[in-house]
Design a protein around this ligand. Sequence first.
Ligand SMILES: Nc1nc2c(ncn2[C@@H]2O[C@H](COP(=O)(O)OP(=O)(O)OP(=O)(O)O)[C@@H](O)[C@H]2O)c(=O)[nH]1
Length: 410
Amino acid sequence: MFKILVVEDSQIVRKILNKLVEDNPHFQSVLCADYAQAKAKIESDEEYLAAIVDLNLPDAPRGEIVELMLSHNVPTAVLTGNFDETLRNVLIDKGVLDYITKESRYSYMQVIKLIDRLRKNLTTKVLVVDDSTTSNSYLCAFLRKFRFQVMSAFDGVEALKILRENPDIKLVISDYMMPNMDGFELVKAVRQDRAFQDLVFIGLSANGNSMLSAKFIKSGANDFLSKPFYHEEFFCRVLQNLEAQEMLETIREAASLDSLTNTYNRRYLFEHGEALFRQAKGEVGLSVAMLDVDDFKSVNDTYGHKVGDQLLQEFASLMGDYFGDDLYGRYGGEEFSVMSTRQYHLFIEDINKFVAAVRNHEFTEHRLKLTCSIGICSEEQETLDQLVDIADARMYNAKRSGKDQVIEMD
Ligand SMILES: Nc1nc2c(ncn2[C@@H]2O[C@H](COP(=O)(O)OP(=O)(O)OP(=O)(O)O)[C@@H](O)[C@H]2O)c(=O)[nH]1
């Protein structure tokens, strides 16, 4: 839970902000009505993710609250009654995150969105690539102000090395003219490597040079920024590109997961199973297990579908304890599958442990006892489909021979 300090003398605005902050499950608001209260709070506890402050407070009418927050290194968003360009410049130069006028609920929501971005930035790695030391450190400092984890490189070659060592980097901001490898060559190299397919790439171009911007986009960049940066534009572009990428990841994840058990669905199992099958062919080999809950229909019939659903969720979660390192998921209905490239004796050991764990587990609040039937195929086959079909046939054999057992051979 992250604490957000709200300093606002208007009770109504305080109430609105409190509601919006607390609507975010990650946030807890700490409310102050004036400078004195805020000073006491921040001096007793500095653990704030961010502060939202009113510029004009009864006991600090000239924006003194901003200095107080920044002197304690708390990222600060400022709220004011009206927009004034000179004041905006002063505040941005001082280091506030943003300057927002109290116009409507929408502007308050923008502040919350900004703070939520800070929360996400804490775990978002960014790479700055620029051979100019001044520009490089300016960009790094700017991004750190927004709580990103920042790394830096001084040319494309160094950037590629850092990217390979840190596959969790989400965003690259790169200049174009650099020694060894320039920005265009860098973005082309990145786009040719499947490992970086989700990387967001923003090119930097000198102001007014739309040729460079176009070349960056044509080479594969998601966006570009003109130097010198306008504070708001820089952050908006970074934010929009990251959000678009996150949305794509969410969609991709939703398409791969079974919504009830949150394990992989059949489509994903086959797609990634094929890759495992190809990798394992002629070497370690791939083992496929098909698992089916015994007499599941009677659970639905006796306790209802909701309890049936809970049971499937618990079954899937138990699978995670034993097959977390394998590819596993829900095949459909009450049937699950595991695909493993582990040595067979280790895999079968965990299969047997899992069967015992299912027998001993009490499922749902009704403490239901349960068993499952499992069919396995580990002999080399021509296709993944054949492996799955044989494992499935053995699972049905296990059912016919009395259930609650594992069949490994015909
Ligand atoms: N609650 C719930 N039930 C499901 C879901 N998907 C399938 N089912 C039910 O699972 C039951 C499967 O029944 P059967 O195929 O007869 O299997 P069984 O009762 O386990 O019998 P055996 O396989 O012979 O052990 C059916 O009643 C389906 O309606 C689901 O997502 N949630």
